[in-house]
Design a protein around this ligand. Structure first.
Ligand SMILES: C[S@@+](CC[C@H](N)C(=O)[O-])C[C@H]1O[C@@H](n2cnc3c(N)ncnc32)[C@H](O)[C@@H]1O
Length: 193
């Protein structure tokens, strides 16, 4: 409940930078990570973790040898994340902006990720940041990997993600309030300036 109040307050103050009235439900969180190969994934990246409902799934289910990189820009959310997920080997909770992701990964010696899970409000990003984000995703994601994006606007952004990826599938999650879902995107298209 505390998370919900914190989240709502952030939404009222920051609007599209938070883009949701409440944290993802456990159903939406599980849907968003449903295609991860837990036995074999060794690097998982979460962008825009908020208060950590999806982080919870990653922390619970990742292989002990899998590195988890969890990025969040909002300092209050990061405080909640660090309290909820105490330090443990292979878990890195980073306070920062996704714009700086390449440098953060480089500092940690991470070159490739098996899956990138995103709670970021990507459609509200300025166009240049959208392009930079998908360029970064193209550099970091393994060819077989997917970019898994939550949404509270089911199907609405299929065309948007298809502009950037060869293959985009959508899974609906009606039990979230509001009904929501996740896009599963593979094969970033080359981004030409
Ligand atoms: C819709 S919320 C999703 C939160 C959480 N993943 C969930 O499912 O409940 C979007 C999150 O992205 C974060 N965010 C927005 N822009 C960001 C940026 N440029 N860099 C890093 N995080 C960002 C917000 O602070 C917020 O926590």
């Amino acid at each position: 409940m505390n998370d919900s109040f914190l989240f709502l307050g952030k939404f009222l103050r920051h609007g599209t930078a938070i883009a949701s009235l409440a944290p993802s439900s456990p159903w939406l969180s599980r849907t968003t990570v449903r295609n991860i190969d837990w036995d074999h994934a060794r690097v998982l990246i979460e962008l825009g973790a908020g208060t950590g409902p999806i982080t919870h799934e990653l922390v619970e289910r990742a292989h002990p040898d899998c590195r988890l990189v969890v990025l969040e820009r909002d300092a209050d959310f990061v405080k909640v994340l660090r309290e909820r997920f105490p330090p443990r080997p292979n878990l890195d909770i980073i306070e920062g902006d996704v714009r700086d992701l390449p440098a953060m990964l480089q500092e940690r010696g991470i070159e490739k990720a098996d899956t990138i899970v995103s709670g970021l409000p990507v459609p509200s990003f300025p166009k240049d940041l959208q392009r930079d984000l998908f360029r970064m995703v193209g550099q970091v994601l393994k060819p077989s990997g997917t970019f898994n994006q939550i949404t509270e606007m089911p199907w609405v952004y299929l065309r948007f993600y298809r502009r950037y990826f060869d293959e985009v599938k959508f899974t609906f999650e009606p039990r979230n309030i509001p009904p929501a879902g996740a896009y599963f995107c593979r094969g970033v298209k080359p981004i030409v300036d």
